[in-house]
Write a protein that binds this ligand. Structure first.
Ligand SMILES: Cc1ccc(-n2nc(C(C)(C)C)cc2NC(=O)NCCCNC(=O)OC(C)(C)C)cc1
Length: 402
Protein backbone atom coordinates (compact mmCIF):
# COMPACT_ATOMS: atom_id res chain seq x y z
CA UNK A 1 0.00 0.00 0.00
CA UNK A 2 1.65 3.24 -1.15
CA UNK A 3 2.48 5.97 1.37
CA UNK A 4 0.14 8.44 -0.31
CA UNK A 5 -2.78 6.09 0.19
CA UNK A 6 -1.81 5.48 3.82
CA UNK A 7 -1.59 9.21 4.54
CA UNK A 8 -4.76 10.01 2.68
CA UNK A 9 -6.60 7.22 4.39
CA UNK A 10 -5.22 6.76 7.84
CA UNK A 11 -3.93 10.22 8.74
CA UNK A 12 -5.90 12.87 6.88
CA UNK A 13 -8.98 10.89 5.84
CA UNK A 14 -12.39 11.11 7.52
CA UNK A 15 -12.86 9.25 10.79
CA UNK A 16 -15.84 7.16 11.79
CA UNK A 17 -16.73 9.68 14.49
CA UNK A 18 -17.10 12.33 11.79
CA UNK A 19 -20.27 10.60 10.65
CA UNK A 20 -23.77 10.42 11.98
CA UNK A 21 -25.65 7.24 11.10
CA UNK A 22 -29.11 7.87 9.79
CA UNK A 23 -30.25 4.78 11.60
CA UNK A 24 -30.88 2.82 8.48
CA UNK A 25 -29.32 -0.15 6.85
CA UNK A 26 -29.85 -0.16 3.15
CA UNK A 27 -28.94 -2.25 0.20
CA UNK A 28 -28.55 -5.93 -0.24
CA UNK A 29 -26.74 -6.14 3.04
CA UNK A 30 -25.83 -9.68 2.27
CA UNK A 31 -22.22 -9.16 1.48
CA UNK A 32 -21.30 -6.76 4.31
CA UNK A 33 -23.52 -4.09 5.75
CA UNK A 34 -24.10 -0.82 3.95
CA UNK A 35 -25.24 2.18 5.97
CA UNK A 36 -26.47 5.61 5.01
CA UNK A 37 -24.64 8.34 6.89
CA UNK A 38 -24.10 12.11 7.01
CA UNK A 39 -21.06 14.15 7.97
CA UNK A 40 -21.47 15.83 11.36
CA UNK A 41 -18.04 17.39 11.55
CA UNK A 42 -18.51 19.77 8.62
CA UNK A 43 -21.54 21.48 7.06
CA UNK A 44 -22.37 19.00 4.29
CA UNK A 45 -25.91 18.00 3.35
CA UNK A 46 -24.77 15.08 1.19
CA UNK A 47 -25.52 11.49 2.17
CA UNK A 48 -22.79 8.87 2.12
CA UNK A 49 -22.74 5.09 1.90
CA UNK A 50 -20.55 3.37 4.46
CA UNK A 51 -19.87 -0.17 3.38
CA UNK A 52 -18.66 -2.31 6.23
CA UNK A 53 -16.36 -5.03 5.00
CA UNK A 54 -17.35 -8.36 6.47
CA UNK A 55 -13.96 -9.40 7.64
CA UNK A 56 -11.32 -8.59 10.17
CA UNK A 57 -9.03 -6.19 8.37
CA UNK A 58 -8.01 -6.31 4.74
CA UNK A 59 -9.16 -9.52 3.12
CA UNK A 60 -8.13 -10.17 -0.47
CA UNK A 61 -11.62 -9.12 -1.58
CA UNK A 62 -11.32 -5.85 0.33
CA UNK A 63 -7.94 -5.18 -1.21
CA UNK A 64 -9.33 -5.97 -4.63
CA UNK A 65 -12.33 -3.70 -4.18
CA UNK A 66 -10.33 -0.86 -2.62
CA UNK A 67 -7.59 -0.94 -5.24
CA UNK A 68 -10.10 -1.18 -8.09
CA UNK A 69 -12.20 1.71 -6.81
CA UNK A 70 -9.10 3.83 -6.15
CA UNK A 71 -8.07 3.39 -9.78
CA UNK A 72 -11.44 3.74 -11.50
CA UNK A 73 -12.68 7.34 -11.40
CA UNK A 74 -15.55 8.21 -13.77
CA UNK A 75 -18.88 10.08 -13.31
CA UNK A 76 -20.79 6.87 -14.07
CA UNK A 77 -18.83 4.57 -11.77
CA UNK A 78 -19.43 4.40 -8.01
CA UNK A 79 -16.93 6.69 -6.34
CA UNK A 80 -14.75 5.61 -3.42
CA UNK A 81 -14.39 8.71 -1.26
CA UNK A 82 -12.28 7.16 1.47
CA UNK A 83 -11.41 4.10 3.54
CA UNK A 84 -12.08 4.21 7.29
CA UNK A 85 -10.60 1.87 9.85
CA UNK A 86 -12.71 1.29 12.94
CA UNK A 87 -10.06 0.31 15.47
CA UNK A 88 -12.39 -0.85 18.20
CA UNK A 89 -13.86 -3.59 16.05
CA UNK A 90 -10.97 -3.78 13.59
CA UNK A 91 -13.50 -3.17 10.86
CA UNK A 92 -12.77 -1.62 7.48
CA UNK A 93 -15.38 0.72 6.01
CA UNK A 94 -15.49 2.06 2.48
CA UNK A 95 -16.88 5.59 2.19
CA UNK A 96 -18.80 5.85 -1.08
CA UNK A 97 -21.29 7.93 -3.01
CA UNK A 98 -24.77 7.27 -1.62
CA UNK A 99 -27.16 6.44 -4.45
CA UNK A 100 -30.81 6.68 -3.44
CA UNK A 101 -32.13 4.55 -6.32
CA UNK A 102 -31.26 1.51 -8.40
CA UNK A 103 -32.80 0.00 -11.53
CA UNK A 104 -34.07 -3.00 -9.57
CA UNK A 105 -36.44 -0.89 -7.48
CA UNK A 106 -37.24 1.47 -10.37
CA UNK A 107 -38.32 -1.38 -12.66
CA UNK A 108 -40.33 -2.90 -9.81
CA UNK A 109 -42.08 0.48 -9.36
CA UNK A 110 -43.15 0.56 -13.02
CA UNK A 111 -44.29 -3.06 -12.90
CA UNK A 112 -46.61 -2.42 -9.97
CA UNK A 113 -47.64 1.25 -10.10
CA UNK A 114 -50.85 2.40 -11.68
CA UNK A 115 -52.13 5.92 -12.23
CA UNK A 116 -55.81 6.15 -13.13
CA UNK A 117 -55.65 2.34 -13.46
CA UNK A 118 -52.96 2.63 -16.15
CA UNK A 119 -49.35 1.42 -15.70
CA UNK A 120 -46.91 4.23 -14.98
CA UNK A 121 -44.40 4.07 -17.83
CA UNK A 122 -40.75 5.06 -17.62
CA UNK A 123 -40.21 8.13 -19.81
CA UNK A 124 -38.44 7.39 -23.10
CA UNK A 125 -35.87 10.06 -22.31
CA UNK A 126 -35.16 8.43 -18.94
CA UNK A 127 -34.60 5.03 -20.56
CA UNK A 128 -32.32 6.50 -23.22
CA UNK A 129 -30.34 8.53 -20.67
CA UNK A 130 -29.90 5.54 -18.37
CA UNK A 131 -28.74 3.39 -21.30
CA UNK A 132 -26.33 6.09 -22.51
CA UNK A 133 -24.77 6.58 -19.07
CA UNK A 134 -24.42 2.82 -18.52
CA UNK A 135 -22.58 2.64 -21.86
CA UNK A 136 -20.33 5.57 -20.90
CA UNK A 137 -19.49 3.95 -17.56
CA UNK A 138 -18.88 0.50 -19.06
CA UNK A 139 -16.78 1.99 -21.87
CA UNK A 140 -14.56 3.56 -19.22
CA UNK A 141 -14.37 0.31 -17.21
CA UNK A 142 -13.48 -1.65 -20.36
CA UNK A 143 -10.92 0.95 -21.47
CA UNK A 144 -9.29 0.47 -18.04
CA UNK A 145 -8.84 -3.22 -18.82
CA UNK A 146 -11.58 -4.31 -16.41
CA UNK A 147 -14.64 -6.50 -17.02
CA UNK A 148 -17.65 -6.00 -14.77
CA UNK A 149 -18.98 -9.59 -15.25
CA UNK A 150 -22.10 -9.08 -13.17
CA UNK A 151 -24.01 -6.17 -14.70
CA UNK A 152 -27.68 -6.32 -13.69
CA UNK A 153 -30.32 -3.79 -12.59
CA UNK A 154 -29.34 -4.09 -8.91
CA UNK A 155 -25.81 -2.94 -9.80
CA UNK A 156 -27.02 0.12 -11.72
CA UNK A 157 -27.45 2.85 -9.11
CA UNK A 158 -28.93 6.30 -9.67
CA UNK A 159 -28.18 9.36 -7.56
CA UNK A 160 -31.03 11.21 -5.84
CA UNK A 161 -31.44 14.93 -5.10
CA UNK A 162 -28.18 16.86 -4.96
CA UNK A 163 -25.35 17.94 -7.24
CA UNK A 164 -25.29 14.54 -8.99
CA UNK A 165 -29.07 14.30 -9.35
CA UNK A 166 -30.15 11.57 -11.72
CA UNK A 167 -26.66 10.32 -12.53
CA UNK A 168 -26.04 6.63 -13.18
CA UNK A 169 -23.36 4.98 -11.03
CA UNK A 170 -22.27 1.50 -12.02
CA UNK A 171 -21.58 -0.50 -8.86
CA UNK A 172 -20.96 -4.10 -7.96
CA UNK A 173 -22.36 -5.59 -4.79
CA UNK A 174 -19.58 -7.96 -5.24
CA UNK A 175 -20.97 -11.48 -5.11
CA UNK A 176 -19.19 -12.45 -8.30
CA UNK A 177 -16.02 -10.68 -7.19
CA UNK A 178 -15.70 -12.11 -3.76
CA UNK A 179 -12.39 -13.80 -3.50
CA UNK A 180 -13.63 -17.33 -3.16
CA UNK A 181 -12.56 -20.86 -3.62
CA UNK A 182 -12.16 -21.07 -7.43
CA UNK A 183 -13.63 -24.56 -7.22
CA UNK A 184 -16.88 -23.12 -5.88
CA UNK A 185 -19.60 -22.55 -8.49
CA UNK A 186 -20.15 -18.89 -9.30
CA UNK A 187 -23.85 -19.40 -8.83
CA UNK A 188 -23.41 -19.62 -5.11
CA UNK A 189 -21.21 -17.43 -3.02
CA UNK A 190 -21.42 -17.47 0.76
CA UNK A 191 -24.92 -18.91 0.68
CA UNK A 192 -26.10 -16.20 -1.70
CA UNK A 193 -27.77 -17.11 -4.99
CA UNK A 194 -26.11 -15.20 -7.85
CA UNK A 195 -28.54 -14.62 -10.71
CA UNK A 196 -27.69 -15.99 -14.15
CA UNK A 197 -30.34 -14.00 -16.01
CA UNK A 198 -27.84 -11.48 -17.37
CA UNK A 199 -25.07 -13.94 -18.17
CA UNK A 200 -23.80 -14.11 -21.77
CA UNK A 201 -24.26 -17.38 -23.69
CA UNK A 202 -20.52 -17.88 -24.19
CA UNK A 203 -20.07 -17.92 -20.39
CA UNK A 204 -22.86 -20.49 -20.03
CA UNK A 205 -21.03 -22.65 -22.61
CA UNK A 206 -17.80 -22.50 -20.63
CA UNK A 207 -15.84 -20.02 -22.77
CA UNK A 208 -12.59 -19.30 -20.89
CA UNK A 209 -11.49 -16.59 -23.34
CA UNK A 210 -14.42 -14.31 -22.74
CA UNK A 211 -14.12 -10.60 -23.52
CA UNK A 212 -15.80 -7.26 -22.83
CA UNK A 213 -18.66 -8.61 -24.98
CA UNK A 214 -20.01 -10.39 -21.90
CA UNK A 215 -20.90 -7.02 -20.36
CA UNK A 216 -22.54 -5.83 -23.61
CA UNK A 217 -24.88 -8.85 -23.46
CA UNK A 218 -25.85 -7.79 -19.92
CA UNK A 219 -26.44 -4.21 -21.12
CA UNK A 220 -28.80 -5.67 -23.74
CA UNK A 221 -30.67 -7.62 -21.06
CA UNK A 222 -31.00 -4.47 -18.94
CA UNK A 223 -32.19 -2.38 -21.93
CA UNK A 224 -34.83 -5.00 -22.80
CA UNK A 225 -36.00 -4.95 -19.18
CA UNK A 226 -36.24 -1.14 -19.17
CA UNK A 227 -38.55 -1.43 -22.19
CA UNK A 228 -40.77 -4.25 -20.89
CA UNK A 229 -40.25 -4.22 -17.09
CA UNK A 230 -39.69 -7.98 -17.36
CA UNK A 231 -36.31 -9.77 -17.21
CA UNK A 232 -35.90 -11.05 -20.80
CA UNK A 233 -34.09 -14.31 -19.88
CA UNK A 234 -35.51 -15.16 -16.48
CA UNK A 235 -35.49 -18.72 -15.31
CA UNK A 236 -35.79 -20.70 -12.10
CA UNK A 237 -32.68 -21.51 -10.11
CA UNK A 238 -31.33 -24.92 -11.08
CA UNK A 239 -28.91 -27.30 -9.43
CA UNK A 240 -26.26 -28.00 -11.98
CA UNK A 241 -23.10 -30.04 -11.91
CA UNK A 242 -20.85 -28.74 -9.16
CA UNK A 243 -18.47 -26.15 -10.47
CA UNK A 244 -19.80 -26.18 -14.03
CA UNK A 245 -20.43 -22.98 -16.01
CA UNK A 246 -23.14 -24.84 -17.99
CA UNK A 247 -26.73 -24.02 -17.05
CA UNK A 248 -29.33 -25.84 -19.11
CA UNK A 249 -32.38 -23.83 -18.00
CA UNK A 250 -30.69 -20.48 -18.52
CA UNK A 251 -29.64 -21.48 -22.05
CA UNK A 252 -33.19 -22.70 -22.70
CA UNK A 253 -34.53 -19.33 -21.56
CA UNK A 254 -32.20 -17.57 -24.04
CA UNK A 255 -33.10 -19.88 -26.94
CA UNK A 256 -36.84 -19.45 -26.26
CA UNK A 257 -36.40 -15.75 -27.07
CA UNK A 258 -33.50 -15.72 -29.53
CA UNK A 259 -33.99 -19.04 -31.27
CA UNK A 260 -31.23 -21.63 -31.42
CA UNK A 261 -28.12 -20.14 -33.09
CA UNK A 262 -27.40 -21.48 -36.60
CA UNK A 263 -23.87 -22.51 -37.55
CA UNK A 264 -23.68 -19.32 -39.63
CA UNK A 265 -24.90 -17.18 -36.71
CA UNK A 266 -22.04 -18.29 -34.42
CA UNK A 267 -19.24 -20.20 -36.13
CA UNK A 268 -17.15 -20.61 -32.99
CA UNK A 269 -20.01 -22.07 -30.94
CA UNK A 270 -18.77 -25.59 -31.76
CA UNK A 271 -15.42 -24.63 -30.11
CA UNK A 272 -17.13 -23.97 -26.79
CA UNK A 273 -16.12 -26.41 -23.98
CA UNK A 274 -19.75 -27.30 -23.29
CA UNK A 275 -20.81 -27.64 -26.94
CA UNK A 276 -21.09 -31.45 -26.73
CA UNK A 277 -23.42 -31.17 -23.72
CA UNK A 278 -25.41 -28.56 -25.62
CA UNK A 279 -25.82 -30.92 -28.59
CA UNK A 280 -26.88 -33.74 -26.29
CA UNK A 281 -29.46 -31.71 -24.41
CA UNK A 282 -30.98 -29.38 -27.01
CA UNK A 283 -32.90 -29.88 -30.24
CA UNK A 284 -32.51 -26.74 -32.41
CA UNK A 285 -35.85 -27.45 -34.11
CA UNK A 286 -37.62 -26.81 -30.77
CA UNK A 287 -36.73 -23.12 -31.13
CA UNK A 288 -37.05 -22.63 -34.87
CA UNK A 289 -39.76 -19.93 -34.80
CA UNK A 290 -38.31 -17.91 -31.95
CA UNK A 291 -36.80 -14.50 -32.63
CA UNK A 292 -36.02 -11.46 -30.51
CA UNK A 293 -38.31 -9.29 -32.65
CA UNK A 294 -41.23 -11.68 -32.11
CA UNK A 295 -40.53 -11.69 -28.37
CA UNK A 296 -40.53 -7.88 -28.21
CA UNK A 297 -43.76 -7.77 -30.28
CA UNK A 298 -45.38 -10.13 -27.77
CA UNK A 299 -44.27 -7.68 -25.07
CA UNK A 300 -46.18 -4.93 -26.95
CA UNK A 301 -43.03 -3.16 -28.08
CA UNK A 302 -43.13 -1.92 -31.68
CA UNK A 303 -40.96 -4.50 -33.55
CA UNK A 304 -39.90 -1.93 -36.17
CA UNK A 305 -38.81 0.65 -33.55
CA UNK A 306 -35.26 1.98 -33.30
CA UNK A 307 -35.16 0.60 -29.75
CA UNK A 308 -35.65 -2.96 -31.00
CA UNK A 309 -33.14 -2.39 -33.83
CA UNK A 310 -30.57 -1.24 -31.26
CA UNK A 311 -31.41 -4.10 -28.90
CA UNK A 312 -30.68 -6.51 -31.75
CA UNK A 313 -27.11 -5.16 -31.90
CA UNK A 314 -26.59 -5.88 -28.19
CA UNK A 315 -28.30 -9.27 -27.92
CA UNK A 316 -26.20 -11.09 -30.52
CA UNK A 317 -25.32 -14.70 -29.71
CA UNK A 318 -21.84 -14.55 -31.25
CA UNK A 319 -19.69 -12.35 -28.95
CA UNK A 320 -17.49 -11.38 -31.91
CA UNK A 321 -20.52 -9.89 -33.68
CA UNK A 322 -21.92 -8.10 -30.61
CA UNK A 323 -21.66 -4.30 -30.62
CA UNK A 324 -18.93 -2.76 -28.43
CA UNK A 325 -19.54 0.11 -26.00
CA UNK A 326 -17.67 2.53 -28.30
CA UNK A 327 -19.84 1.54 -31.29
CA UNK A 328 -23.01 1.67 -29.16
CA UNK A 329 -22.33 5.23 -27.97
CA UNK A 330 -22.09 6.35 -31.61
CA UNK A 331 -25.36 4.71 -32.61
CA UNK A 332 -27.96 6.86 -34.38
CA UNK A 333 -30.40 6.19 -31.54
CA UNK A 334 -28.53 8.72 -29.40
CA UNK A 335 -28.54 11.35 -32.14
CA UNK A 336 -32.32 11.56 -32.11
CA UNK A 337 -34.73 13.15 -29.64
CA UNK A 338 -35.20 12.68 -26.82
CA UNK A 339 -31.46 13.23 -26.42
CA UNK A 340 -29.72 11.61 -23.45
CA UNK A 341 -29.45 13.95 -20.43
CA UNK A 342 -27.03 14.08 -17.48
CA UNK A 343 -29.99 13.96 -15.07
CA UNK A 344 -31.89 10.89 -16.25
CA UNK A 345 -35.00 12.37 -14.57
CA UNK A 346 -34.61 15.56 -16.66
CA UNK A 347 -35.31 17.76 -13.65
CA UNK A 348 -38.78 16.25 -13.21
CA UNK A 349 -40.05 15.03 -9.87
CA UNK A 350 -38.59 11.63 -8.91
CA UNK A 351 -41.52 9.24 -8.33
CA UNK A 352 -39.54 6.34 -6.85
CA UNK A 353 -39.66 5.42 -3.16
CA UNK A 354 -36.46 6.14 -1.27
CA UNK A 355 -34.52 3.28 0.24
CA UNK A 356 -36.26 1.72 3.20
CA UNK A 357 -35.21 2.46 6.72
CA UNK A 358 -34.64 -0.60 8.80
CA UNK A 359 -35.05 0.15 12.46
CA UNK A 360 -34.84 -2.21 15.35
CA UNK A 361 -33.71 -1.25 18.82
CA UNK A 362 -31.38 -3.85 20.20
CA UNK A 363 -28.77 -3.54 22.87
CA UNK A 364 -25.29 -4.60 21.98
CA UNK A 365 -23.10 -7.13 23.64
CA UNK A 366 -22.27 -4.69 26.41
CA UNK A 367 -25.94 -4.02 26.99
CA UNK A 368 -25.59 -0.51 25.57
CA UNK A 369 -28.27 0.83 23.23
CA UNK A 370 -27.01 1.02 19.66
CA UNK A 371 -27.37 4.30 17.87
CA UNK A 372 -28.30 2.70 14.61
CA UNK A 373 -29.99 -0.28 13.37
CA UNK A 374 -29.45 -3.79 12.49
CA UNK A 375 -31.98 -6.07 10.98
CA UNK A 376 -33.56 -9.22 12.13
CA UNK A 377 -33.13 -12.10 9.73
CA UNK A 378 -36.77 -11.83 8.62
CA UNK A 379 -36.55 -8.16 7.76
CA UNK A 380 -33.27 -8.66 5.99
CA UNK A 381 -34.62 -11.47 3.91
CA UNK A 382 -37.59 -9.25 2.92
CA UNK A 383 -35.22 -6.48 2.10
CA UNK A 384 -32.95 -8.64 0.06
CA UNK A 385 -35.43 -10.94 -1.57
CA UNK A 386 -34.95 -9.37 -4.97
CA UNK A 387 -36.32 -10.46 -8.31
CA UNK A 388 -32.74 -11.11 -9.36
CA UNK A 389 -32.05 -14.17 -7.41
CA UNK A 390 -34.36 -16.21 -5.29
CA UNK A 391 -34.77 -15.86 -1.56
CA UNK A 392 -31.32 -14.88 -0.37
CA UNK A 393 -30.31 -16.85 2.70
CA UNK A 394 -28.85 -14.36 5.14
CA UNK A 395 -25.80 -14.63 7.29
CA UNK A 396 -26.29 -13.28 10.79
CA UNK A 397 -26.42 -9.50 10.76
CA UNK A 398 -23.62 -7.70 12.48
CA UNK A 399 -23.49 -3.96 12.96
CA UNK A 400 -20.82 -1.44 13.64
CA UNK A 401 -19.93 -0.88 17.24
CA UNK A 402 -19.84 2.67 18.51
C1 LIG B 1 -14.68 -7.70 -3.96
C2 LIG B 1 -15.19 -6.55 -4.80
C3 LIG B 1 -16.49 -6.09 -4.64
C4 LIG B 1 -16.96 -5.03 -5.43
C5 LIG B 1 -16.10 -4.44 -6.36
N1 LIG B 1 -16.56 -3.38 -7.17
N2 LIG B 1 -16.26 -3.30 -8.49
C6 LIG B 1 -16.86 -2.20 -8.97
C7 LIG B 1 -16.79 -1.72 -10.40
C8 LIG B 1 -16.39 -2.86 -11.30
C9 LIG B 1 -18.14 -1.19 -10.84
C10 LIG B 1 -15.76 -0.63 -10.50
C11 LIG B 1 -17.55 -1.56 -7.94
C12 LIG B 1 -17.33 -2.33 -6.81
N3 LIG B 1 -17.76 -2.12 -5.50
C13 LIG B 1 -18.89 -1.43 -5.22
O1 LIG B 1 -19.65 -1.01 -6.06
N4 LIG B 1 -19.12 -1.26 -3.90
C14 LIG B 1 -20.19 -0.38 -3.53
C15 LIG B 1 -21.37 -1.11 -3.03
C16 LIG B 1 -21.91 -0.20 -1.97
N5 LIG B 1 -23.29 -0.37 -1.81
C17 LIG B 1 -24.10 0.69 -1.91
O2 LIG B 1 -23.79 1.76 -2.32
O3 LIG B 1 -25.32 0.32 -1.44
C18 LIG B 1 -26.40 1.22 -1.48
C19 LIG B 1 -27.55 0.39 -0.95
C20 LIG B 1 -26.18 2.42 -0.59
C21 LIG B 1 -26.69 1.65 -2.90
C22 LIG B 1 -14.81 -4.91 -6.54
C23 LIG B 1 -14.35 -5.97 -5.75
Amino acid sequence: MDDGFKTETFLRGPKLEDFEYLGCKVGQGTYGQVYKARRKDIPDDRSYALKEIESQGFSLSTCRETSLLRELKHPNVINLLGVILCHTDRKVLLLLDYAEYDLCQMIKFHKTSKKDKKPVKMAKGTIKSILYQILEGIQYIHSSGVLHRDLKPANILIMGEGIQRGRVKIADFGFSRLFRNPLKPLTEVDNVVVTLWYRAPELLLGDKHYTTAIDMWSVGCIFAELLTYEPIFSCRQENNRENSPYHHDQLDSIFRVMGFPLETDWEDMKEMPEYITLQEEFKPCNYSNNTLVKYMEKQNINPTSKDVAFLQKLLVMDPNKRITSEQALKDAIFQKEPFPTGDVFSGLEIPYPERKFVESDTSDRRGKKRKYSTTSGAQQSDQTQGQYGKQIRMSNPTTLSE
